[in-house]
Write a protein that binds this ligand. Structure first.
Ligand code: DON
Length: 303
């Protein structure tokens, strides 16, 4: 398979696509990003990398971090976490409040904001230095020592994160948040404010395509836990557009409002895109196009 040739073709076609969608503006710092950025990076299971465009430039990974926080929580607590968060697609927006009321404070899944805030609470309870320990988990599993928070993005979201504050307080009222609301939100805003490039994301997500073993040979989670993580990415990774992503692309993956997407085909490759224009569900419009083209042109998807 000539991946570089395929990525080059997709890139050329992508920059000619109509410029649909809007850069996230509810986190003020994210609205400053150049909407025309486009990066694509693919790492094969053999460790070869193929990239094009702005694939080395770091951006705010936002909700993509929820996959990594869940992975760390699963590795610390195992199946116990499912007492506090579900595994069903929500069918509602990522920051929706209504479902939480009907379902008595148990978020539908760990990737909507309510669910990720519960996972953040679990990590705050179980890590000695939550923010530093989470960073070092990502540094070790990706093999990239320089990964860090973008403090200005974290502060920007803290100053405008009224919905997340509402969700955290709501969870607390149902008894599904054990720590101080501000402490949990501080952790959550920082995890979302991690900066990584497309290429780095393919390295950080390598173990999901390799039965839990990182590129440096470290077992991060076991085979059965990887199956669960990939299943959740497939069914819940794109919020109320998870069905559409599965239908068009056919890979497990996760998006973020910074415009990033990471997706993978077990035993084959990990691919990441960055294009900041988002559709109305908060997913990168062009990123979805790129990934649909990739699975169409290669004929490779999980289905
Ligand atoms: O909590 C928020 O709203 C953001 N920090 C993350 C949301 C997000 O990335 C949704 N993804 N498409």
């Amino acid at each position: 398979m000539n991946y570089q040739h395929i990525l080059d073709d997709i890139y050329k076609a992508s920059i000619l696509q109509p410029k649909i969608g809007k850069v996230a503006s509810y986190i003020p710092e994210l609205s400053e990003i150049n909407p025309n950025k486009l990066g694509i990076s693919l790492t094969t299971i053999n460790g070869e990398n193929f990239s094009i465009g702005d694939s080395e430039e770091r951006f705010s990974i936002q909700s993509i971090s929820k996959v990594l926080s869940l992975t760390l929580a699963i590795s610390l607590l195992g199946e116990k976490i499912w007492e506090r968060v579900g595994v069903e697609p929500s069918g509602t927006a990522f920051n929706s409040l209504v479902q939480l009321e009907y379902e008595k404070g148990i978020p539908r899944n760990p990737f909507i904001n309510a669910g990720a805030i519960v996972i953040a609470d679990i990590l705050v309870s179980h890590l000695k230095n939550p923010k530093e320990d989470f960073l070092s988990f990502i540094r070790v599993s990706s093999g990239i020592r320089t990964i860090n928070f973008d403090e200005s993005v974290a502060i920007s979201e803290k100053n405008s994160g009224f919905r997340n504050a509402a969700l955290a307080n709501f969870l607390k009222s149902f008894g599904n948040l054990q720590n101080d609301v501000d402490e949990v939100l501080d952790f959550y805003f920082h995890q979302c404010a991690i900066s990584m490039s497309c290429r780095e994301l393919t390295q950080a997500f390598y173990f999901f395509a390799n039965e839990g073993i990182s590129q440096s040979g470290k077992q991060i989670i076991n085979k059965s836990q990887v199956k669960r993580m990939n299943a959740l990415m497939q069914t819940c990774g794109f919020y109320d557009e998870s069905g559409e992503f599965t239908f068009r692309v056919g890979l497990p993956g996760k998006s973020g409002v910074g415009g990033g997407i990471v997706a993978l085909l077990p035993k084959q490759f990990i691919v990441s895109t960055w294009s900041p224009r988002l559709n109305s569900n908060g997913n990168s419009e062009l990123g979805m196009y790129v990934l649909e083209e990739l699975t169409t042109k290669t004929g490779m998807s999980i289905f």
